[in-house]
Design a protein around this ligand. Structure first.
Ligand SMILES: Nc1ncnc2c1ncn2[C@@H]1O[C@H](COP(=O)(O)OP(=O)(O)OP(=O)(O)O)[C@@H](O)[C@H]1O
Ligand SMILES: [Mg+2]
Length: 216
């Protein structure tokens, strides 16, 4: 199961949702879950030191001389039953390599969550287009919805990050984007504090676990 999380606006909560979803899936999978980071913020959210070794970007930039299965050697052990593929450096991907990445991740026996970041370009766009679940993380915000309507990929589902006082709700978002809201997560200062402390997966509130149970 390959799940791509992406957004159309920076700061929507994509990384927070990706980590939470991967941690939830890891709980019900004996081999844990794999979390692939295209945005670069996942180690910080997991409370890990800044990675120094090669990562996804380096693997993507290398051609056939680096075999597909070298990807497994780049995995880093992370908390909450997660294995992490770090973003690495950011050279252009070699032609066709994004498709190889999508195929390798889709064939992984573990649930795989990819944090595709915001804006959907390059590899993130290919993964969001080919994943078994393509989840748009969005706030119920007019400016974000305008962008989402024009996004190059149609999401299969929406994770709505609800800040209080908005006039747009679940049904408005579903109607505008033509995709179901799979989970609603409140903007909650306790979540922000857990993220700031690098303790997010260890301190997943029950409400978030419940919300994400059927998100994919
Ligand atoms: N549900 C939430 N409640 C409170 N704070 C949140 C929530 N979701 C995200 N945040 C906070 O909002 C900020 C942005 O979150 P996050 O980094 O996940 O967004 P992003 O979409 O991944 O951003 P980027 O586009 O930079 O990758 C962080 O400070 C995070 O702690
Ligand atoms: Mg992010």
């Amino acid at each position: 199961m390959l799940i791509a999380c992406w957004s159309v606006k920076g700061g929507s909560g994509t990384t927070v949702v990706s980590v939470a979803l991967a941690a939830c899936l890891a709980r019900s999978s004996p081999a844990g879950a794999l979390l692939a980071d295209l945005g670069g913020d996942v180690p910080a959210v997991l409370g890990l030191p800044e990675p120094t070794g090669p990562g996804l970007g380096d693997w993507l930039a290398s051609g056939d001389e680096v075999p597909a299965d070298a990807l497994g050697r780049l995995e880093v052990k992370a908390p909450a039953g997660l294995a992490l593929l770090c973003a690495g450096s950011d050279p252009p991907a070699a032609p066709g390599r994004a498709d190889v990445l999508a195929a390798v991740l889709a064939a992984d026996p573990r649930p795989v969550v990819v944090d595709c970041g915001s804006g959907l370009h390059g590899v993130g766009r290919s993964l969001a287009a080919s994943a078994s679940a393509s989840l748009l993380v969005v706030r119920p915000c007019y400016l974000a919805l305008r962008r989402a309507v024009r996004a190059p990929v149609r999401p299969s589902g929406i994770i709505l990050v609800r800040d209080p006082g908005r006039s747009l709700g679940r049904s408005d978002v579903e109607e505008v984007l033509g995709a179901p809201v799979r989970a609603e997560i409140d903007v909650d200062p306790a979540i922000a504090r857990a993220v700031d402390a690098g303790l997010w997966p260890a301190r997943l509130p029950r409400s978030v676990q419940r919300a994400l149970r059927d998100a994919a």
